[in-house]
Design a protein around this ligand. Structure first.
Ligand SMILES: [Zn+2]
Length: 331
């Protein structure tokens, strides 16, 4: 199976190559990884392979099936679960009804379900029935930031494909090819900052990564810690709930905060290579004011919250958890 368009992820590519050589493509995959890690790229390649009519190695990238699938216009590749399209029980039932209508032109019919971790238990159970006894030509790709948020019964019906972060070299190579007009310094900085998640590097180079609200919020949390101002931290976190920060916004805030904390730790070790003067100043401030124990505690808490973000934990609850956890570190 030609997966060369997916950057890095050698173990996953080996896993898929072995399994497809042995028994062909599966009828159900869980494609798991953080936002920006390549879930849609991989789902696109799997969809193309499932509807490929080239006859040789799939996807062939040349037949009408592959081309339409990769352009997102194949009539037998159905996308569901994007924003505003909740995967509730009614939606899963509609998918089930649709699945019993034979494919238009491909040998298979493919359902790409995004944000599968947001499915509540009744939806997952409805989907389980479809995975168990849907028509043989139907295939399902469940895209999720967190495979553990799916019922074990659903997981056991699927092959789990976990995307891993790419290396800095892989990121640089990919970004250089995709953005030939950018300077090497810009490419290197984006590759270094993305932590192996290419989507983040792309966002940064396209000017979307500078989520100023997230960075400002992360700076305020760090400043609250540095001045040991428990009240300021709790007030800021209560504000997150009041201003209705959603899961994506909170997730961006946690990412920025974790980057700042790591910069502080690196700075404390005397090896900071941050080019942004604002971030460099914050890292210096944190390294000076905070003990390694508080910094590693804050990093652990933030990582825990990022994981919880992938589960069905409400944003208000996450904000409260963040405030209480940071306040406790100062206690
Ligand atoms: Zn093809």
């Amino acid at each position: 199976m030609d997966l060369s368009r997916l950057v890095g992820n050698a173990p996953l590519k080996r896993q898929l190559a072995l399994e497809t050589a042995r028994r062909g493509l599966s009828h159900a995959y869980i494609v798991s990884g953080p936002a920006g890690s390549g879930k849609r790229t991989l789902a696109g390649l799997l969809s193309a392979a499932l509807v490929c009519t080239g006859g040789g190695e799939a996807p062939c990238f040349a037949c009408a099936g592959c081309r339409k699938a990769l352009a997102g216009i194949h009539p037998d590749v159905v996308h569901a679960g994007a924003e505003g399209d909740e995967l509730n029980v009614a939606r899963i039932r509609a998918i089930r009804n649709d699945a019993y209508i034979k494919p238009n032109e491909a040998p298979r019919k493919v359902y790409v379900l995004e944000g599968a971790q947001n499915m509540k238990e009744p939806s997952q159970n409805a989907l389980l029935k479809l995975l168990e006894d849907g028509p043989a030509y139907a295939a399902f790709l469940l895209l999720t930031e967190n495979a553990a948020a799916l019922l074990s019964t659903v997981r056991s019906r699927c092959e789990v494909l976990s995307l891993s972060p790419v290396t800095v070299q892989e990121a640089e190579q990919y970004l250089t090819a995709r953005y030939p007009d950018r300077t090497p310094a810009e490419i290197t900085a984006a590759a270094a900052r993305c932590e192996g998640i290419l989507g983040r590097a792309v966002d940064q180079l396209e000017g979307k990564g500078g989520d100023t609200r997230a960075l400002e919020g992360a700076a305020r949390l760090l400043e609250g810690l540095c001045s040991r101002d428990e009240l300021a931290i709790l007030e800021f976190c209560a504000g997150l709930e009041r201003d209705k920060w959603d899961r994506d916004a909170l997730s961006a805030l946690l990412d920025e905060f974790l980057l700042l904390i790591r910069d502080c730790l690196v700075c404390a070790a005397g090896a900071l290579h941050e080019s942004d003067p604002n971030r460099r100043a914050l890292a210096r401030q944190g390294a000076k004011a905070l003990s390694p124990k508080v910094l590693t505690g804050a990093a652990a808490l933030t990582e825990q919250l990022r994981t919880a973000c992938g589960f069905y934990v409400g944003p208000g609850h996450l904000a409260g958890w963040l405030g209480a956890g940071l306040a406790k570190l100062l206690g």
